[in-house]
Ligand binder design. Structure first.
Ligand SMILES: Nc1ncnc2c1ncn2[C@@H]1O[C@H](COP(=O)(O)OP(=O)(O)OP(=O)(O)O)[C@@H](O)[C@H]1O
Ligand SMILES: [Mg+2]
Length: 387
């Protein structure tokens, strides 16, 4: 008799980027059957999936094709046609986080309103239809303009210090926020299962590249006092409850120079600031997400050892086939793990991979990470032709 293999569950992932790739690695180990939806045949997760539906995240037909063939569907990005997901849910399909949670989060304004209504501390904000001299002045400088939808990696965010900066304003439905005096940017992965159990991973510190405005280094644990740590974890957990979130969520927070904790934004998915969990925690963010959406008991989140994660961004030289320089020397650093996402093309500041350094001493981990960062470069060889 031929052997029959029984999958744990047929898992669908909308999006086939690096987050889907790392989730698929874990899902494979756990015995899921994996389908992805991504428009690119070369998507990083494609080689790990059992099935690849080629199509866009806003194509109702393709979304339906994926969801129809799966027991449960999740996603690795938030820029998805949520209306179609709502309809699919109504038809009895399981989607996690829910289409409603996704819809609230997709729009930075409704996200902030929902959180503020539930008493979660956030920076002062207002909706703005047309950002002009009068509306900006009435709100007060310095301010931050944020596009309500579609922004990522800082691309939908503009800082306006004075009226002169109105020349740099963004076009599209937006919100304005007070410019917070930030002492530290913090983040935490919060998992909530379908039956409402919540577990947080450790609080981490994020350091931003001022030019790319992209989170470039993540340090675990965050070096903040116990009081702020507990406050941040409590705020983040309440926020996920307020959104009725199921799955894992990346929650970004500010510690202000006045010592207040404010929530900045939430990603309804695994998150760059949680990559360190792969090497440093008992349960990593990808397994935790799968546990949460399957309503299995959540795993232990203890930090086994301090860690520093650094994003490997495409060098500014140009775009084309990527080549990694400095691997040999970097891999000689004790405690360094290297992740390359398998993207066919590098571009300036594109997230091409990351590395994590673990060390019993977080300062040592930082020093080693600095050294590796100087060594490792992702450069373009064979430039791609302009289209
Ligand atoms: N109200 C604020 N006051 C001060 N700085 C802010 C404020 N809002 C955002 N920023 C800065 O801009 C960065 C990007 O903002 P935000 O996280 O809202 O945008 P994003 O494009 O969704 O970012 P990403 O995709 O990188 O998480 C923040 O990490 C922070 O450094
Ligand atoms: Mg952000």
């Amino acid at each position: 008799m031929p052997l029959r293999y029984h999958y744990l569950t047929r898992l669908g992932i909308i999006g086939g980027g690096q987050l889907a790739k790392m989730m698929a690695l874990k899902a494979r180990a756990m015995g899921f059957h994996i389908s992805i939806l991504d428009p690119s045949p070369h998507a990083p997760a494609a080689l790990l999936a059992d099935r690849h539906v080629l199509g866009g995240y806003h194509d109702p037909r393709k979304l339906r094709e994926l969801v129809d063939a799966c027991d449960i569907t999740t996603y690795d990005l938030e820029n998805i046609d949520a209306e179609t997901l709502l309809a699919l849910e109504k038809g009895g399909h399981r989607i996690a986080p829910s289409a409603q949670t996704l819809q609230i989060i997709q729009d930075k304004l409704t996200q902030k309103q929902t959180l503020a209504d539930q008493g979660i501390p956030v920076p002062r904000f207002v909706e703005v239809d047309t950002l002009d001299e009068a509306t900006a002045k009435a709100f007060g400088y310095p301010l931050v303009q944020k596009l309500r939808k579609g922004g990522y990696d800082g691309r939908g965010v503009a800082v306006l210090q004075t009226p002169d900066d109105l020349a740099n304003k963004l076009e599209g439905p937006s919100m304005m926020e007070e410019l917070v005096d930030i002492d530290k940017e913090l983040a935490v992965m919060v998992a909530r299962s379908k039956s409402g159990h919540i577990k947080c991973h450790p609080l981490v510190e994020m350091v931003f590249d001022p030019i790319a405005n992209i989170c470039d280094v993540v340090m675990a644990p965050a070096l903040v006092d116990k009081k702020h740590e507990q406050e941040a974890l409590a705020i983040a957990s309440s926020a996920i409850e307020a959104l009725d979130g199921v799955g894992i969520f990346g929650v970004e927070l500010f510690l202000t120079t006045e010592g207040k904790i404010l929530l900045n934004e939430i990603a309804p998915r695994t998150h760059n600031s949680g990559h360190y969990t792969i090497e440093a925690c008992i349960t990593d963010q990808f397994e935790q997400h799968l546990r949460a959406i399957m309503d299995l008991p959540l795993g232990a989140t203890d930090l086994l050892i301090p860690a520093v994660m650094v994003n490997l961004l495409g060098s500014t030289g140009g775009q084309g086939t990527p080549e990694i320089q400095g691997m040999r020397k970097a891999m000689d650093i004790p405690g360094l793990s290297f992740h390359l996402y398998g993207k066919a093309e590098t571009r300036p500041f594109r997230k091409m991979g990351h590395f994590t350094v673990i060390d019993r001493d977080v300062h040592q981990a930082r020093t080693k990470a600095q050294t590796a960062r100087q060594l490792l470069k992702v450069v373009a060889i064979q430039p791609t032709e302009e289209t």
